[in-house]
Write a protein that binds this ligand. Sequence first.
Ligand SMILES: *Cc1c(COP(=O)(O)O)cnc(C)c1O
Length: 397
Amino acid sequence: MTSQKLNTFLENNLQELKDNGLYNEIDVLEGPNGPKITIDGQKLINMSSNNYLGFANDERLKAKANEATDIYGVGAGAVRTINGTQAIHEELEDKIAAFKHTEAAVAFQSGFNCNMGAISAVMNKNDAILSDELNHASIIDGCRLSGAKVIRVKHQDMDDLRAKAKEAVESGQYEKIMYITDGVFSMDGDVAKLPEIVEIAEEFDLITYVDDAHGSGVMGKGAGTVKHFGLQDKIDFQMGTLSKAVGVVGGYVAGTQNLIDWLKVRARPFLFSTSLTPGASAACIEAIDIMSNSTEENERLWENGRYLKDGLKNLGFDIGNSETPITPCIIGEEKLTQTFSKRLTEEGVYAKSIVFPTVPRGTGRVRNMPSAAHTKEMLDQVLATYEKVGKELNVIK
Ligand SMILES: *Cc1c(COP(=O)(O)O)cnc(C)c1O
């Protein structure tokens, strides 16, 4: 007999989610997560992946992953600090550091566990973390895990950041104070105001931590948001993921040698969770090599982003204020947003709706993630479908 208490808890809560239409049915892809996907036998144009540069199914990355698997095996066999550090892991970290123009870098198994490990390796209960209110869940959890006092800062509000930094310093309560922010915010596509952030950080002696999950491979010709602003020497933590534009899996922090040395002895996922697979590491190295040698994919990504945005705007849609290829199409009311997304899918375009509580009530949107792998024909088909569904549901005239 399994626990009756647990069963009751699960049944009640699952039923409540289902009754409120909040239970998420998972779509299963019958193949790679490329610009076109197949779900339940239906071929769809894919506007929902983070595969910005098309690398997730790139032949060059696949070849390197297979080659490394032949040489090193499918698994690393241990955590990094026992004997799960293979030459390919060090090669990856050297590549990341060179690409980011930092002294060193450390790789983790995912962006999520990178944030869990890196924040709490440095911050503790004697410290405070100023955190943008729209930061990613992994930042929120990482901050919580550290035990530091978390102070929410209004989204991208530099006056609020300045005021709260001042207050935290003047309280004299904290040994260290960090400001942590997404480099690119994934719901609206807006970019962290790093020049102002650096100014405030210098004034109040803040540690700076930029999570560039959506900026790496996209901003700064691929090298990220910090590089975009030329602030590599001013930001303490350049954190990123290897699972979005890089197309594979994993996370990293790039920074000074001292910081990386410390993370390698204190970040718990590095110490207690088995290393990245050799195949994944090799594929990431290839992705960084490609990005270092050519901006072809990066330019196509931005061009496709502009094309999609112009098209949607010309049709009369509200596409918000994105500064990146991320293209929200703001529908407004929650139910209508969900219906809109469902109709797009029926018409062959897969674009997910994002509604409250992920975004504020009344700002429901269908979020589009154009990539370098989309063709103009695909984007034209997406636009034609938006026009059809938009008129049908009276979102546009
Ligand atoms: C996706 C994301 C992560 C998590 O990265 P994974 O590699 O998918 O675990 C962390 N931070 C931000 C801002 C993200 O968008």
